[in-house]
Design a protein around this ligand. Structure first.
Ligand SMILES: *Cc1c(COP(=O)(O)O)cnc(C)c1O
Length: 376
């Protein structure tokens, strides 16, 4: 069976985890956490990256730093993972969902303005499949209405919009290092902070409301409880795993991009014949081959295609159940405007196997079987 995901592993992970243990520092903010944060800062140009226990937690931190309150509204796509909404629902806010663009499956930037009310506090673009949302438009709307922007860049590590790293354009950017993402530490993430004035608040929030980060830097001689907070820092053993991945980031990306391009090449005749649709990458967007999706004609055809591929030893998956149709989405959120594409397009979309180390022959086999399904 060719699985749809295999957790990335380069070989160095064991050595680095052993090193973390030998250094007798396995709790948070050890040498590997420092290496990873510095790498993210250098690579993306963000003033500050804080490693977190997940992207979900990074988004929760952003919601806390923005002081999101009960009754506030936050605009986001309904086509996303639950975490995007959860972080704000936990603060008592209402997610206001807008429709997606069918070409990228990102939130339709043209529908944001109509969803803004007196209560709106933030816009949360999700860079689906590592393909950027239309950030110039989104940032201009945010500026006009004085709204914050939190980028859910869980899938967007090492992807770019007009030369800027995803996650560095809005006020906060949230990365995921879950095992299904391009670079992993099992469970983990990072919060990217654009405004240097917020760095200290974020450090305090992440360290149980204490100024321990300052203490570790030797800026104060004892640390104390200074604000509310929680524990959002990952173990240095997990960071050690991530460091092996970040060191090999270019290799991992090139490998994924090879598979992505091969899929695209082999399936484009099917797309030209109108059998399926393929991902679209707008001008100015440099994606990271996070995902390779195709769209079948409809739900029924997708169901048959998944079953057919499974018989051929190929595991394919679909996602997401649009949040406004889920029980919690109905309870906590609302959809603004018409659901023209979210539900319909989500029912057609299928993810083909995509991971570091997927072999050329496997890609050829999978694409060949998709073609066979359509009789080509
Ligand atoms: C994976 C993912 C998340 C959650 O990431 P975790 O690190 O598992 O919390 C959030 N949003 C999107 C769009 C994701 O793909």
């Amino acid at each position: 069976m060719i699985g749809f995901n295999v957790a990335p592993f380069t070989g160095k992970e064991f050595d680095y985890i052993r090193e973390a243990i030998s250094a007798e520092h396995i709790c948070g903010d050890g040498m590997f956490t420092k290496k990873c944060s510095a790498w993210i800062e250098e690579k993306t140009g963000t003033p500050k990256a804080l490693l977190t226990t997940s992207c979900t937690h990074a988004t929760e931190m952003a919601a806390l730093l923005l002081d999101i309150q009960p009754g506030d509204e936050v605009i986001m796509p309904a086509y996303t993972f639950v975490s995007t909404a959860d972080a704000f629902v936990l603060r008592g806010a209402t997610p206001v969902f807008v429709d997606v663009r069918p070409d990228t499956m990102n939130m339709d930037e043209k529908l944001i303005e109509a969803a803004i009310t007196e209560k709106t506090k933030a816009i949360v673009p999700v860079h689906y499949a590592g393909v950027s949302c239309e950030m110039d438009t989104i940032m201009a709307i945010a500026k006009k209405y004085h709204l914050a922007v939190v980028e859910d860049a869980a899938q967007g590590v090492c992807a770019w919009y007009k030369g800027r790293a995803l996650g560095t354009i809005g006020d906060y950017g949230c990365y995921s290092f879950h095992e299904t993402k391009n670079f992993s530490m099992g469970e983990g993430g990072a919060l990217l902070i654009r405004d240097p004035k917020q760095i200290e608040n974020a450090e305090i929030l992440r360290e149980k409301g204490t100024n321990r980060s300052k203490f570790f830097r030797g800026q104060i001689d004892k640390y104390t409880w200074v604000n509310y907070g929680s524990s959002y820092l990952p173990s240095d053993m997990n960071a050690a795993y991530l460091w092996a991945q970040l060191e090999a980031a270019e290799l991992i990306n090139a490998d994924r991009m090879g598979s992505w391009n091969r899929y695209y090449e082999m399936l484009s005749t099917l797309a030209d014949a109108g059998c399926i649709e393929l991902p679209f990458v707008p001008d100015g967007c440099e994606h990271n081959a996070h995902m390779f999706w195709i769209k079948a004609a409809d739900l029924e055809e997708r169901t048959r295609l998944i079953a057919f591929l499974k018989e051929q030893g190929i595991q394919t998956v679909f996602h997401y159940i649009p949040l406004h149709t889920a029980p919690a989405g109905q309870k906590f959120g609302r959809f603004n405007g018409e659901d023209r594409y979210t539900t319909k397009e989500s029912e057609r979309l299928l993810r083909l196997p995509m991971y570091y180390g997927l072999k050329e022959e496997q890609v050829q086999y999978i694409a060949g079987k998709v073609r066979e399904f359509y009789g080509k």
